[in-house]
Design a protein around this ligand. Structure first.
Ligand code: HMG
Ligand code: MG
Length: 297
């Protein structure tokens, strides 16, 4: 009932760092991404081309995207909120761009300063132009399992937003538990509805581990046929426009669980651990990953 291979999409350099108060040096980000490129990961979301006032930590997006060493076989992606962000991303060599919006109205406004209805045409243009430029496009829906401002989010609303994103031509949809509030039962309910409409090959799950349910949610998703998961090394991360949101599920914890279940990821645990220790030392405090806490260095 479990797959034999899972694709892990490392979002640490973007989702992981975007919530860090202390500025990480551009050269350290580049060194970290270069290290991640050698772990066997096949996908790294390296930064985002958003307004630097909204996400000061990633103001060096251009320098990072042009400064890394690109390893063949690794897809380098960046988040873009609008046309301006896309133009910047296109000036670099990113392989893929990711657009994002929320299933809940209030989080969408707080995060990107537009209503949901106003966001659709903006993203439509971005997806169209990115495709014309030969880029793959990923779509994120945030607050799928709950909104920090509105509470419950209906499955119908998740489907509605997802349908619009797929109609724009996105290649993959990542369903975000922005505030880490989902439980396995809810994941099952949402996926049952979502899988009736969209192929599982085009879906990824993006769990934050705020309440410790992320791995349980991934297990349920695996059992329902999902084989792509977003995670952040060391468990870094969170959305600054979602109060109380903490890190993504830790890549190292996820890899530990998957390898223990005989599910291949292509990732070398030793290299991955080195990369986790590197960023932990740059951040200067222990990270939330459990796996890392078993490494006595
Ligand atoms: P806005 O203020 O409404 O933008 O911000 P605007 O279009 O009105 O333009 C205002 C000014 O910003 C103009 O400059 C634009 O040129 C400039 P001025 O003429 O005043 O000098 N501008 C830009 N500058 C740089 N890069 C750009 C850009 N666009 C406009 N791309 C905007 C709207 C979307 C830009 C802003 O709200 C923003 O940057 N938001 C980003 C928020 C964010 O990054 N949140 C975290 C990522 S989402 C997330 O974490 C969730 C996820 O992980 C999944 C999950 O967990 O659920 C993906
Ligand atoms: Mg996130």
């Amino acid at each position: 009932k479990w797959p034999t291979h899972v694709t892990i999409k490392e979002v640490g350099p973007r989702d992981g760092l975007q919530n860090e108060k202390a500025q990480i040096a551009t050269e350290d980000k580049i060194a970290w991404i270069n290290q991640l490129s050698k772990t066997g990961l096949t996908y790294i979301e390296i930064t985002s081309f958003v307004h630097p006032k909204w996400i000061p930590q990633l103001a060096d997006a251009l320098e990072v995207a042009t400064g890394i060493e690109r390893v063949p076989g690794v897809t380098y992606a960046a988040l873009v909120p609008n046309q301006k962000g896309l133009e910047k991303a296109l000036a670099t060599q990113v392989d893929e761009v990711a657009v994002f919006m929320s299933a809940s109205e209030t989080h969408n406004r707080k995060n990107i300063n537009k209503s949901i209805a106003e966001t659709f045409p903006v993203l439509e243009e971005v997806v169209k132009m990115a495709k014309q430029e030969g880029k793959a496009v990923r779509g994120y829906v945030s607050t799928v399992f709950g909104c920090p401002y509105e509470g419950n989010v209906s499955i119908e609303q998740v489907i509605r937003v997802s349908e619009r994103l797929f109609a724009m031509g996105i290649d993959e949809l990542s369903l975000g538990d922005t505030i880490g509030i989902a439980t396995p039962k809810q994941v099952q309910e949402v996926l049952e509805a979502v899988l009736q409409r969209f192929p599982k090959e085009k879906l990824a799950m993006h769990f934050h581990d705020t309440r410790g349910t992320a791995l349980a949610n991934i297990l349920v998703s695996l059992e329902m046929g999902i084989t792509t998961f977003d995670s952040s090394l060391g468990g870094l991360g969170g959305c600054p426009y979602a109060p109380g949101a903490s890190g993504n599920v830790a890549t190292d914890d996820l890899v530990y669980m998957l390898h223990g279940m005989d599910i291949a990821t292509g990732i070398d645990v030793k290299q991955l651990t080195e990369a986790a220790l590197f960023i932990r030392d740059k951040i200067g405090r222990p990270l939330s990953s459990r796996y890392l806490q078993t490494i006595a260095r």
